[in-house]
Each structure stands twice: as structure tokens, then as C-alpha cells.
Design a protein around this ligand. Structure first.
Ligand SMILES: Cc1cc2nc3c(=O)[nH]c(=O)nc-3n(C[C@H](O)[C@H](O)[C@H](O)COP(=O)(O)OP(=O)(O)OC[C@H]3O[C@@H](n4cnc5c(N)ncnc54)[C@H](O)[C@@H]3O)c2cc1C
Length: 297
């Protein structure tokens, strides 16, 4: 069945696609079907033509997901080739589409003298991923700026929802129903400009503290209340600890590095080991920030 769908949508679809090509860890088994639409019209047509019981997984730039070695059953939909626009809709409101990279939004704001958006510059994901994760840094979070979102459901119906329709917390957003983001309306003003100096300062801070040249997924665990996951992991003596080809970064203990050839199983085992070590030493159960999806091999 997947081969037939791949043939029908051949320009935008591939069969048995290695997810390692679409994740920042460079890890992950194959998805049955990988669909990368070029327009909303194509996406709506695709959703209305496939079997509605097929499982669907939506991804942005794959910078916060661990795809297991057995891959993903059903369809993966990627925003890598569409939803790339940022449009001014009124004095302080901008429509930002879900496929825009967070760094592109930061640069757009710097160019147009609006903000605050410098915090987006070091987040390597898409706006769709940032909305799902309530991504943030340096004291700001994505949903601080959001007024309304445009969403699509599995039947291809598009609707608009107010921010109040969602429960929003630190790196957690609870949806009112199963949906995916197409765009959001963000409040960005010239009162809080994003400057080149802001961007350089935050970039330098990241270079000093994070292993940016390695294959990682950013912070693996959320910070527990009043504490830092990285500090707890470091104080558990785990910096440099390795399982297979996955290791706890020497530079930042909340980052796990794929040193080359690591499997999802290596990373998942390292996540489990780290949780257990921190629980035993501090009686704190670290909660993963990364989303673990797909099937074990
Ligand atoms: C070096 C590095 C640094 C990082 N620094 C930060 C940081 O400072 N702060 C921070 O918060 N995060 C950080 N991250 C993590 C990551 O970049 C963010 O969580 C980002 O928002 C994920 O976006 P993405 O497009 O990669 O999402 P993906 O990893 O592709 O997906 C993440 C989740 O979002 C869902 N999703 C993606 N797009 C949509 C959509 N359009 N509609 C509905 N669901 C969708 C997916 O199904 C999945 O559940 C970092 C990662 C790396 C590698």
C-alpha cells in the first residue's frame, strides 16, 4: 500500500525513508512513507486521499526527536519544503508559518528592527516544532509571543485557535485535539528590537557552553523545578560516560553526543542510565525533553 501511495505522490513522497537523514542526531530507522508537500493544497489533497486510519507523525527539522532503530510505521509528514513565509498582517502582528526555521525568524526580526526574537537564533528547529515544545531560551518562550494559531487535522480541515485553547507550560503544550500547526500569529514590535549585538552575544554564549559542532538534540532533559538537569548529571559523575557510540557531552552534561554510528538504542539506554543515576543520588526523576518515537528494532 505504501509503495502505491509513494508512486501516486512521487514528486513529494518516498517509501522506506531513513529517518537518520532528517534528525540532528543523525539516527533513526526508516519510515514507511515520508511525505514532504510543496503547498497547503497538496497537503489537504494528500490527507483527504489516504486511508484515515494510517498513523501520521509530523516533523519539523528533527532537532528534538529520537527516532528508534525500527523506524516509524505509517506516514511521516515534513515541513522541510513548505510553510516558509513570514508576512506582516497588521501594525504589530506577523503571520509566521510552521516551516520557517527559528533562526530565520530571528534574522527577519533583526533586519526589520522588531522583536523580541533574539532567543530564537540558537534554536535549530522550525516554528512548528517550537510551538509544539514551547521552545525557549534566555528567559523567553515561543508562546510568550503567540496570539493565535492556524492548525490542520487528520482530515485536512484547517481552523484558527486562540492561544487560550492550549495549556502552556515550560517545554510542554497540551493541545485541545489532535492537530498540527500551519502557522501562528506573533506579536513583534519595534519597541523590542532584535539587534545584531543581541544575536552575537547569545551565539557566543552558546559556543562557550554547548557542543554545537557535534550531533546532538540539544538538552535531553527538562530542568526540574529550582534546579538544572545538566548540573545534576555532572554532579552524578556522568560527564563523558558512554554507551556504545553515544556519550554524555564533556562540555554540557545535558547534551548527549552521537560520536558516529550510535544507535537509538544506545541513546535510549544512556537516557535510562542517566535518569537512574540522578534518581539514586538526588531523589529527582529527570523528565526527558526530547520526544522518543517509533519502534525498537
Ligand atoms: C544544538 C541544539 C540546541 C538547542 N537549543 C534549544 C534551546 O535553547 N531551547 C529549546 O527549547 N530547544 C532547543 N533545542 C531543541 C529543538 O531545537 C527545539 O525543541 C525545536 O523547537 C524543535 O523543532 P523541530 O522543528 O526540530 O521539531 P522536531 O524535532 O521535528 O519535532 C519536535 C516535536 O514537534 C512536533 N512537530 C514538529 N512540527 C510540528 C508542527 N508543524 N505541528 C505539530 N507538531 C509538530 C513533532 O511531532 C515532535 O513531537 C536545541 C536543539 C539542538 C540540536
Amino acid at each position: 500500500m505504501f509503495k502505491e501511495i509513494a508512486q501516486q505522490f512521487e514528486d513529494d513522497c518516498s517509501y522506506d525513508e531513513p529517518m537518520s537523514k532528517h534528525t540532528s542526531w543523525g539516527i533513526g530507522g526508516c519510515s514507511d512513507l515520508f511525505y514532504s508537500p510543496k503547498s497547503r493544497k497538496d497537503l489537504v489533497y494528500f490527507l483527504s486521499s489516504i486511508d484515515p486510519t494510517l498513523p501520521i507523525t509530523w516533523i519539523g527539522r528533527g532537532t528534538n526527536i529520537l527516532v528508534r532503530d525500527g523506524g516509524i510505521r505509517g506516514v511521516v509528514i515534513s515541513t522541510k519544503s513548505f510553510l516558509k513565509e513570514i508576512i506582516k498582517t497588521s501594525e504589530h502582528l506577523y503571520k509566521v508559518e510552521a516551516g520557517v526555521a527559528c533562526v530565520e525568524l530571528a534574522l527577519f526580526c533583526q533586519k526589520n528592527g522588531i522583536g523580541p526574537a533574539a532567543f530564537f537564533s540558537g534554536i535549530p528547529g522550525s516554528i512548528g516544532g517550537a510551538l509544539t515544545m514551547n521552545a525557549g531560551s534566555f528567559g523567553m518562550e515561543t508562546w510568550d509571543l503567540v496570539k493565535e494559531v492556524e492548525v490542520i487535522n487528520e482530515k485536512g480541515d484547517i481552523s484558527f485557535l486562540e492561544k487560550e485553547s492550549f495549556d502552556i507550560a515550560y517545554r510542554t503544550v497540551t493541545f485541545p485535539f489532535r492537530l498540527w500547526f500551519l502557522s501562528c500569529s506573533m506579536s513583534l514590535s519595534s519597541d523590542e528590537q532584535t539587534t545584531k549585538d543581541n544575536l552575537i552575544e547569545l551565539r557566543n554564549q552558546r559556543i562557550r557552553t554547548q557542543p554545537l559542532s557535534e550531533d546532538t538534540c540539544g538538552s535531553v532533559f527538562k530542568n526540574p523545578p529550582g534546579n538544572y538537569a545538566g548540573a545534576l548529571i555532572e554532579r552524578s559523575g556522568l560527564k563523558g560516560f558512554k554507551i556504545g557510540s553515544a556519550s554524555i557531552s564533556e562540555q554540557h552534561a545535558n547534551f548527549i553526543v552521537n560520536e558516529g554510528g550510535a544507535t537509538a538504542r544506545d541513546i535510549e539506554n544512556l537516557i535510562k542510565h542517566t535518569r537512574q543515576a540522578v534518581r539514586e543520588k538526588f531523589d529527582i526523576d529527570l523528565q526527558p525533553e526530547v520526544r522518543i518515537i517509533g519502534e525498537a528494532s
